[in-house]
Ligand binder design. Structure first.
Ligand code: NAD
Length: 341
């Protein structure tokens, strides 16, 4: 029986991962610690909250005493660190909280895991710390090329810089102490339970309400889109088979401009839900400060060495996602605190 300490498991990717693990494994225990910021919501975990092998703790990964207590009272095998402030726009307004949670919180977890796992000649066997990072740590690409795990770190936003700083601390725990770690760097995720401030859910929710669809700059910024369930499978593969100390890029092979994304959502809603939802909702707004032009992931390492590849095409994933938001308006209202947007 393996015990997972999952942080940030009430957020978008974390809640999908907790549910994925509990539904695919019976021989595990999960402790999910989440501060429940605006981005975390217990509503996203309703279907598994009564599982006997699942425990939720509301708390902060920066809380020294709480994390110590969790490690003292439980034999934790894996730490999977999803907890983060994750929205680039918010990081431009308030960088400090990004440093506190993303950097100091990660170091607190690393310290406590090291304290619990270190033995005389190294570390207890079969323990691992998995840091969930982002392709944004690599900076921006031109129209060609891909980020590999060896691309230099060149983050631009306070969010990306805080994630890069955390990655370097995780790397330091491997290089210095040989603590077993992996870092995963994924592209933009989409799917159910994403807080409607990020591009895809924001545009779906606004289009359904026939509100203006604001696109930054000229809308030609390119992101690679990864369906969240494929990401969950990739993380599980890395936990099981990832070589300690290694970084794994995880991508969806789906490069799209923001214009493509908004057009796809509009077309689907226009054709299937409400014909009065139309192009004239699109409005171009002043570009985000320091907006990276293109991210694209070379995920050959995880494919070739660990045998993972994404199962969901963008065409399937985006329809499932739009349908999920249409069918779960109660969840949207709940996470937005009763407002419509
Ligand atoms: P999210 O914002 O939806 O969720 C973050 C969760 O962390 C929330 O539940 C929040 O309550 C919790 N949290 C915040 N501060 C905390 C703290 N101090 N202590 C404990 N919990 C805290 O984020 P997400 O989209 O699910 O992203 C999860 C991870 O994946 C993040 O580390 C993010 O950097 C990374 N990532 C996300 C994407 C993406 O497209 N969503 C892409 C690349 C990497």
């Amino acid at each position: 029986m393996k015990t997972y300490l999952i942080t940030g498991g009430a957020g978008f990717i974390g809640s999908n991962f907790v549910k994925f693990l509990l539904k695919t494994h019976i021989d595990i225990r999960i402790i999910n610690i989440d501060k429940l910021t605006y981005a975390g919501n217990l509503e996203s975990l309703k279907e598994i909250e009564d599982y006997p092998n699942y425990q939720f703790v509301q708390g902060d990964i920066c809380d020294d005493e709480l994390i110590t207590k969790i490690f003292n009272e439980n034999d934790i095998d894996y730490v999977v660190n999803f907890a983060a402030e994750s929205h680039v726009d918010r990081s431009i307004e308030t960088p400090m909280i990004f440093v506190e949670t993303n950097v100091l919180g990660t170091v607190n977890l690393l310290n406590k895991a090291k304290g619990a796992w270190e033995v005389k000649n190294g570390f207890k066997p079969c323990k691992k710390f998995i840091q969930i990072s982002t392709d944004e740590v690599y900076g921006s690409l031109g129209t060609t090329g891909y980020f590999t795990e060896n691309s230099p770190l060149d983050p631009h936003s306070p969010y990306a810089s805080s994630k890069a700083a955390a990655d370097l601390m995780v790397k330091a725990y491997y290089d210095t102490y040989k603590m077993p770690v992996n870092i995963t760097r994924c592209s933009n995720n989409y799917g159910p339970y994403q807080f409607p401030e990020k591009l895809i859910p924001l545009m779906i929710v606004r289009a359904l309400n026939k509100h203006a669809l604001p696109i930054y700059g000229d809308g030609q910024n390119v992101r690679d889109w990864l369906y969240v369930e494929d990401h969950c499978k990739a993380i599980e593969t890395v936990i099981r088979n990832g070589e300690p100390g290694e970084v794994y890029n995880i991508g969806g092979n789906n490069e799209k401009t923001n214009n493509d994304i908004v057009q796809t959502i509009l077309n689907y809603i226009h054709e299937n839900i409400d014909q009065t939802v139309a192009e004239n909702l699109i409005t171009y707004v002043e570009d985000r400060k320091g907006h990276d032009r293109r991210y694209a992931i070379d995920a050959r390492k995880i494919k070739d060495t660990l045998g993972w590849s994404p199962d969901t095409t963008f065409e399937e994933g985006i329809i499932q996602t739009i349908q999920w938001y249409i069918e779960n308006q109660g969840w949207i209202r709940q996470v937005q605190g009763g407002s419509h947007e």
